[in-house]
Ligand binder design. Structure first.
Ligand code: SF4
Length: 310
């Protein structure tokens, strides 16, 4: 059974965005015998791109030249499927222009494609009771938590999460708030630097509200009250879906992912002020919550830091 999202729509408008500036890694077994234009990148294979990062299989009209036979990773985008005891939750990436703009068709129209994805074994995130300290979070309790978070979303998620986590950890809301601000600065450091040393420097500058140079993007950015802001309607819609698509179950650490969600709300304020809402969402989707590489260690560190607080 599919469980469809609310207030979210999708139907591809062939803008070509998802076929540019991504490294599309391809499974060698799946690529065997195919006519795909591939690059060997270290030990891995990926679809070949031109100098501007555009997939060579994309036509000038933004149509995929290998559409009937394209790699499963392309076929899956922008869907994210999360398996729970209630069914398969259908999520989508807001990096997709159509999703971002809420352009779409009825969800039931997507069922044949979704069934095809499941038949092809597209990865689904399974549910297992999550360890939270000595407490194990079951699915029914989680659903109560999620409903509470969603109802509180126009405000600060930290308070809502602290009141639910309080059951399991006895966590004080102010402790969580302070931790999330600290981790949000670390998150900006991670996104704006090439190495750990640079990340620590940027994080310190963000906390001190001092100017820093983003070595990855080349701008300098001092911002006062960097992580404060009002939740706009588009921001509520976006973060609601981030929760609804079961983001906190997507990684190896439930608590680590929960902290990523809380930092995402702060970073949404931060990057919206710096670059505007659309780029802020792109940044979070592409580099923090989804389609990401190398964040698993950070997730574990986040969890360990939180557990030290209790
Ligand atoms: S970003 Fe979305 S709308 Fe644009 S081509 Fe990709 S799937 Fe289609």
């Amino acid at each position: 059974m599919f469980i469809f999202p609310v207030n979210v729509r999708y139907a591809c408008i062939q803008c070509g965005k998802s076929c540019q500036h991504w490294r599309v890694w391809v499974d060698p077994e799946e690529a065997a015998g195919k006519s795909w234009q591939l690059d060997q990148d270290g030990p891995r294979l990926r679809l070949m791109q031109d100098d501007q990062g555009r997939c060579l299989e994309l036509s000038p009209q933004n149509l995929c030249k290998i559409h009937p036979d394209k790699p499963s990773v392309c076929r899956q985008f922008p869907f994210l499927l999360a398996q729970s005891p209630d069914g398969v939750h259908v999520g989508v990436s807001f990096r997709c222009t159509a999703v971002f703009q809420a352009q779409g068709v009825e969800w039931t129209d997507h069922v044949p494609l979704l069934e095809d994805l499941l038949a092809r074994g597209v990865p689904r995130i399974g549910f297992e009771p999550a360890p939270i300290g000595h407490y194990r979070l079951d699915w029914e309790t989680y659903k109560d938590w999620e409903a509470h978070w969603l109802s509180r979303l126009p405000h600060d998620l930290c308070d809502a999460v602290a009141s639910t986590l309080g059951v399991a950890l006895g966590l004080h809301p102010q402790s969580l708030e302070r931790l999330v601000l600290l981790l949000s600065a670390s998150a900006v450091g991670f996104l704006e630097s090439e190495d750990n040393y640079g990340a620590a420097e940027v994080a310190a500058a963000v906390r001190a509200e001092k100017e820093y140079l983003s070595t990855r993007r080349g701008w300098t950015a001092p911002i006062r009250n960097a992580f404060e802001g009002e939740m706009s309607e588009p921001a509520i819609r976006y973060l609601s879906h981030v929760i609804e698509r079961k983001t906190v179950w997507l990684g190896s650490s439930f608590l680590g992912r929960l902290l990523m969600l809380l930092t995402a709300q702060r970073m949404l304020f931060y990057y919206t002020r710096l670059e505007g809402f659309a780029l802020a969402v792109d940044r979070l989707e592409g580099e923090w919550l989804l389609h990401r590489q190398g964040l698993d260690d950070l997730e574990t560190t986040f969890e360990e830091t939180l557990l030290q607080l209790v």
